[in-house]
Design a protein around this ligand. Sequence first.
Ligand code: GRF
Length: 205
Amino acid sequence: MPDTHKRVGVLISGRGSNMVSLAEAAQAPGYPAEIALVISNIPDVAGLDRARSFGIATATIDHRPFGRDREAFERAVDELLRVNQIDLVVLAGFMRILTPWFVKRWEGRMINIHPSLLPLFKGTHTHRQALEAGASEHGCSVHFVVPELDAGPVILQAKVPVLPGDDEETLSQRVLVEEHKLYPAALADVASGRARLAGDVVIRA
Ligand code: GRF
């Protein structure tokens, strides 16, 4: 295994299609990362079954028993990541906002995919936001996670056109196809050290 081989923990909350695209990419010889663990904060989501079908270890850490104590939930997640010797954390449809405590712990080692051309359309309902804004193009971004939501330095982006007659569903499907190519490429860049966070910019080797 090359020196750059990284153990990745993927955090999900749902169907896990991006996680699947990463698990598939990681099967290729020479890919610089393996998906070693998938954690969901929601029990019984489809993504957990899909991860198990790849032979990936899975865990559920339900956030609800922790109530408002976000950090207590995150300490449980952090502990599991560390016990499993995870090097990089990948957020893939993970629907919890993370505290600065957790973000700092994984600074430069945690990435997220967001379905818009950041800095445009942060937050939720990005496809609706793009349609309402009359955008002619839209897309997705992979970025390092920083404490401010959807504000981290961008590693890679992919664009799609917004077509006449598009609705949220057609536009999200077009973007999702690109997400599934973009995320494996961006993770490979980070895992191999070709892209790294330096302060608030991405440096490319
Ligand atoms: C994706 O559109 C991703 O960009 C966003 O949430 C969605 C997750 O989909 N953050 P999936 O669970 O990976 O299928």
